[in-house]
Design a protein around this ligand. Sequence first.
Ligand code: GAR
Length: 193
Amino acid sequence: MRGLRLGILASGSGSNLQSIIDAVENGQLVSEIACVISNKEQAYALERARGHNLPALFINPKEGHYDETLLKTLKDYKVDLVVLAGYLKIIDKALIEAYRGRIINIHPSLLPKYGGKGYYGIHVHEAVINAGEKESGATVHHVDIGIDTGDTILQKKLEVYAEDTAGSLQKRILDQIEHKILVEAIALLEGRA
Ligand code: GAR
């Protein structure tokens, strides 16, 4: 078992980031969080990182050279596994090449269903509810050049209840699935490293 240096990319509230922080702190993971990076200055994920004395970096997409800065930052912090934890920006080709096989993403659906352009965050759950699906879930997968197309590492499902809203389904998937399988996937990669 080898500890990896994790670079976590997050755009939002960072509840998935929190599950990784907790797993590192309680010893469930032997990896360490090298840095947390966001494309959103106000992302609560950055607050969470600062609260745990982790390097919390905002990279401004409006300032140009965003992708180069992101890649350089990951290298500066000697990141060896990039974790997209609610990162709602498309990853640049150069980064995927540089970290081939070492970038993973969590997506809140049973991929390949409800993946690809436009399917992110609450929109995924709205689509699932509107389609009358009987089950949904989440997937952790390797990141390749497509959107939500890389090989699956872990996937878990749950039942969609008749009374579910997009919000209730999102919360249940986060609590019961995402926060567990993201940590489990990192643990799996630690074992293989
Ligand atoms: C999570 O549900 C994650 O799966 C989703 O954004 C949410 C972020 O929540 N990611 C995507 O939709 C990626 N396409 P968090 O900020 O509380 O971890």
